[in-house]
Ligand binder design. Structure first.
Ligand SMILES: Cc1ncc(COP(=O)(O)O)c(C=O)c1O
Length: 339
């Protein structure tokens, strides 16, 4: 057999460490190693009962076993739009400005396909969720890696970008509360980011899956709390982290109609929507979002507060995270997941 010539974009894809971890873990367990799994952003708590009950009911309805298409379940769209209004005072039309996703991962990757041409730059935080770079590469774009460091409080400071990059950039990925550093963004930072992107015509993919996992008095914002953000931002929300539903694959994107329609056009050709019964479960969860999340946050906080003294007693100097399920340990230069 001849050697298969894969595409240049496949060759350009970096490796995906999270995909390798389950196999490594299984091998070690088989060898009898006592493995402590600190997780991959995937808490081991049970999903909300209201989700399980709604799924149970929905799955008995034969209509739920049909194609969802991009419209999906209107009740899910409406519940997500109602959450955006209630939680962030941001009003979105559930049918033209909000789109259901099969988890936010695919939405983040597919947004790049709707925006980038070869030669276009996407600004990618590093460290950061691997899909920002992978989605850019798959779309034929050029990732520009911006190093997140303590110097800027792990904020991606757009003013520091070289002029040439600012000119060629069409997309920037911002993720606060942040995976993996647990950094949060102030309103002042978000205002600067929106102003910069409006000036340079850059779309912000604002990845916000941790907005409900916040501790003490901290409340995480939506980018849409910033005036002018609608011009430039698409925000991604997910049921994965806030409600311990990673495997259910349900999320949504919100933004102005043109940006959402672009994403939907790509998705028309690559998927046929999240399982309708799962969308029914999502529609049952979202009216109770804040209350359900509070319950999980108490448990995440217990784990965070259990982990920090142990790390400190071992000579590490982790910051106390105000949000996320992560603890950033600078001396290790890597993240520990407190789940
Ligand atoms: C920053 C960030 N964005 C997006 C996702 C994807 O979440 P999902 O596809 O489960 O909605 C994750 C998951 O780890 C994440 O950490």
């Amino acid at each position: 057999m001849g050697v298969t010539q894969f595409s240049r974009r496949l060759a350009a894809l970096p490796s995906y460490p999270m995909a390798e971890i389950p196999a490594i873990k299984r091998r070690l367990v088989q060898q009898g190693v006592d493995v402590i799994d600190v997780g991959a952003g995937d808490a081991d708590f049970a999903p909300p009962e209201v989700a399980v009950d709604a799924l149970n009911r929905a799955i008995r309805d034969p209509a739920m076993s049909r194609y969802a298409f991009q419209l999906g379940l209107p009740a899910f769209r409406e519940a997500a739009a109602a959450y955006m209004k209630r939680r962030f005072d941001a009003r979105f039309d559930p049918f033209t400005e909000l789109h259901p996703l099969i988890g936010s991962k695919e939405g983040i990757a597919h947004l790049a396909l709707s925006l980038l041409d070869p030669g276009d730059v996407a600004i990618v935080p590093e460290p950061g969720y691997a899909v920002y770079e992978g989605g850019t590469v798959l779309a034929g774009g050029e990732p520009y890696r911006y190093a997140l460091t303590p110097r800027t409080g792990f904020l991606l400071e757009l003013d520091e970008l070289p002029t040439d990059i600012a000119r060629r950039a069409k997309l920037v990925y911002l993720n606060y509360p942040n995976n993996p550093t647990a950094a949060t963004a102030s309103r002042d930072y978000l205002e600067r980011a929106v102003a910069y992107c409006r000036k340079h015509g850059i779309v912000i993919a604002y990845d916000n899956p941790y907005c409900e996992i916040t501790f003490d008095a901290y409340v995480a914002p939506s980018i849409f709390e910033i005036p002018g953000a609608r011009e430039v931002a698409v925000e991604f929300h997910s049921l994965s982290k806030s409600f311990c539903m990673t495997g259910w694959r349900l999320a949504w994107a919100v933004g102005r109609p043109e940006l959402i329609a672009g994403l939907a056009r790509v998705k028309n050709y690559v998927d046929t929507g999240a399982f309708l019964a799962v969308q029914a479960a999502g529609a049952a969860v979202l009216p109770l979002a804040e209350e359900l999340a509070r319950g999980y946050v108490e448990r995440f906080k217990e784990r965070r507060d259990g982990m920090l003294p142990v790390l400190r007693s071992q000579g590490f100097e982790p910051e106390t995270p105000a949000a996320t399920m992560y603890v950033w340990v600078e001396r290790l230069g890597k993240v520990l997941t407190a789940v």
